[in-house]
Design a protein around this ligand. Structure first.
Ligand code: MG
Length: 285
């Protein structure tokens, strides 16, 4: 097996890339085993509801061979952020109950009113007008606004559902911007995750994901190579107008030829490479 010697790590997205809904992408489990022969494999998810512990369990239930510590989610990055504040900080969690419980476990005080010092914005399935009012007034009182990410939608079992970006949009509509974003493609968030994994040179990673606006844009922002898989949200025609440019487009991770990437890692980028050819951003070998 060829080794992808040029890359410090391969950073996989989860939903739409390795699994979709309740099923693994066909061939993805074997593909991951091949990648592991070639490079360190890590998993960066914009899931703002679940911590890595739950995502590792999910991946293992599907049959993927992953270790704790290899997965980082938006929820983990939020908790990494809030861990820097003194315990008993008052936090209004406009989030999943899971993330709210984890914030309380850090010793923070969960509040429902405008006295919050931090407002965490994620997917809040129980969002009410009163809680929006609390969030608005806390923000006007100077609360720090921390959002899991700006994903517009996510795929549910029966179709798309509003993701954290919809909730950020509520606040943006009121003239309030989040101070911190804890997911792809935010460059600070991506660099934080890579730092937690002790990656020395982010531009020396290869990102693999199904979303142009998050996965591929994240790679572009840190100067890394990227592979867009069409097994999730992006369609081939989306790539034409998108500002985020992948180094390669494939139908799914099962199609990625590790040998081709190993060979391409040392190649100089070429402009306007034909579709389906490997076009790395920079020579990495
Ligand atoms: Mg995805």
């Amino acid at each position: 097996m060829s080794r992808v010697t040029g890359y410090e790590a391969i950073i996989f997205d989860l939903d739409g890339t390795l699994y979709r809904g309740r099923s693994p992408i066909p061939g993805a489990i074997a593909a991951l085993d091949r990648f592991r022969e070639a490079a360190r494999c890590l998993f960066l998810s914009n899931n703002g509801e679940l911590q890595s512990r739950a995502l590792v369990e999910r991946l293992r239930d599907f049959g993927f061979d992953v270790a704790p510590g290899e997965v980082i989610s938006s929820a983990d990055l939020v908790l990494q952020h809030t861990s820097a504040y003194p315990s008993s900080t008052r936090i209004l969690p406009l989030t999943s109950p899971h993330l709210a419980a984890a914030l309380a476990e850090q010793g923070h005080q969960l509040v429902e009113d405008e006295t919050a010092e931090i407002v965490v914005i994620g997917v809040d399935r129980e969002l009410t007008r009163e809680r929006m009012v609390s969030g608005l007034r806390a923000a006007l009182n100077g609360a720090i606004m921390v959002a899991t990410n700006e994903d517009p939608t996510y795929p549910g079992e029966n179709g798309l559902r509003p993701a954290a970006g919809a909730y950020v949009g509520f606040f943006r509509g009121m003239g309030i911007e989040p101070a911190f974003l804890c997911g792809k493609p935010d460059e600070g968030a991506v660099r934080d995750a890579l730092r937690l994994w002790q990656i020395a040179e982010p531009s020396n990673c290869l990102f693999v994901g199904d979303n142009l606006r998050t996965d591929i844009e994240a790679a572009n922002r840190v100067g890394a190579d990227s592979i867009l898989v069409l097994s999730g949200v992006a369609r081939r025609q989306d790539t034409v107008a998108a500002t985020a440019k992948p180094s390669l487009i494939v139908e799914s991770v099962a199609e990625i030829d590790v040998a081709v990437i190993a060979e391409g890692a040392g190649r100089t980028p070429t402009k306007d490479a034909p579709a389906g050819t490997w076009n790395p951003r920079k020579a990495t070998a």
